[in-house]
Write a protein that binds this ligand. Structure first.
Ligand SMILES: Cc1ncc(C[n+]2csc(CCOP(=O)(O)OP(=O)(O)O)c2C)c(N)n1
Length: 361
């Protein structure tokens, strides 16, 4: 098992900020269930050839939902490519997510972006970073701009264990430390960077301890524990707003599924390791807690899952029925002024010279 060292697990200053609000725990659970259902469905749809690509987040729901609840509406999110549950909690409509996965005419990027590469302007959810780590420096730069404008907001950069070996991790954390940028670095250590296990990523005992080299706090939390994640993000946010600078949070989780629809995890890890991690399933953990707190029972739980499955099925079908983008939209929204070559292609398209090419120039 490649999990971090339990002895290093700590929760940021217990009691410094309040626990996850009791009244909103059931709501948080619903988001986690919805994320899990989307995940299962999207994997299956990709296998059926109905969407082109997907990066599952199963196993990381509590980390993402806990982090999202720790933020405020004015904060800016700099995601990697696995933060679908963060987008949900921020209020991105399910329909917009599926429009993007399908790449239809209602999609904000008109199908020109790869599926699963979201950007939601209204929710301050910045465009997905597929190049590992680039969002880290962008989050720091934006936080420094916020600082200069005296905005009472923070940026949060989401990234994985693999990203801690990137140039941008070093540049971003160093700058943030020096300039006390109001940034929260949120590392979801899901134990794998595609096929590379955590113990071959670094000899550091935890990823959180890397923060000490940059001169600010690093905390490792159990990413399956909604309350622990929420507290850590809340504390980091308050610190950032107070002008005390950034925090690195390492949420220790496990990626249950493949890295993406493009790989087969059974070629690089044992089923027994996955089974062991699944025993700490964050969705199940929260369910048990809600039952113990008398906020949920089995019948109500079944209804939550059924409602999520029905909503996902109906919404996806509606997105699938929406027509594809007009081919001419290929020439729009990329360049302010088309390059001469693209101008030629657009003119050829408009004159029907591209007929019989399936709309492709
Ligand atoms: C700069 C760069 N190098 C390599 C890749 C190929 N790549 C895609 S995902 C990935 C692993 C990232 O792992 P991690 O940061 O742990 O995030 P996770 O996928 O586990 O969420 C790599 C190496 C890339 N996208 N960008």
């Amino acid at each position: 098992m490649t999990h971090g060292h339990p002895a290093a697990l700590s929760v940021a200053a217990p009691g410094a900020v309040s626990d996850f609000p009791m009244a909103r725990r059931l709501e948080a659970y619903r988001w986690m269930v919805l994320a899990r259902v989307i995940d299962e469905r999207a994997l299956s749809l990709q296998r059926q050839g109905r969407i082109g690509f997907y990066a599952p987040l199963a196993g990381q729901e509590a980390a993402q939902v806990g982090a999202a609840y720790g933020l405020e509406a004015d904060d800016w999110i700099f995601p990697a490519y696995r933060e679908l549950a963060v987008a949900l909690v921020r209020g991105v409509p399910l329909r917009m997510i599926f429009d993007q996965l399908v790449g239809n005419s209602a999609d904000l990027s008109r199908g020109t972006q790869m599926p699963n590469h979201f950007a939601f302007r209204a929710q301050n959810f910045v465009s997905t970073s597929s190049p590992i780590g680039t969002q880290i420096t962008q989050a720091v730069g934006t936080a420094m701009a916020m600082q200069r404008r005296a905005a009472r907001a923070v940026t949060i950069a989401f990234f994985g264990d693999g990203a801690t070996s990137s140039n941008d991790f070093h540049a971003g954390l160093n700058f943030a430390g020096v300039f006390r940028a109001p940034t929260v670095f949120f590392c979801q250590n899901n134990q794998w960077a595609i096929s590379l296990p955590r113990d071959r990523q670094t000899r550091s005992a935890t990823l959180a301890e890397k923060a000490s080299a940059y001169g600010f706090p690093g905390v490792a939390v159990d990413g399956n524990d909604l309350d622990a994640v929420y507290r850590a993000v809340r504390t980091a946010r308050e610190r950032a707003i107070a002008g005390e600078g950034p925090t690195l949070i390492e949420a220790q989780v496990y990626r249950f599924g493949p890295h993406s629809t493009s790989d087969d995890p059974r070629r690089y890890r044992a089923d027994s390791q996955v089974a062991e991690a699944r025993a700490r399933d964050p969705v199940h953990t929260l369910k048990e807690r809600l039952i113990a707190e008398h906020q949920l029972d089995e019948a109500a739980d079944t209804k939550i899952w059924e409602a999520a499955r029905a909503e996902v099925a109906q919404t996806f079908e509606a997105a699938e029925r929406t027509p594809p983008p007009e081919p001419r939209t290929l020439f729009e929204n990329v360049f302010a002024h088309l390059t001469p070559r693209l101008e030629e292609q657009r003119a050829a398209y408009e004159h029907g010279a591209l007929e019989g090419t399936g709309g492709r120039p």
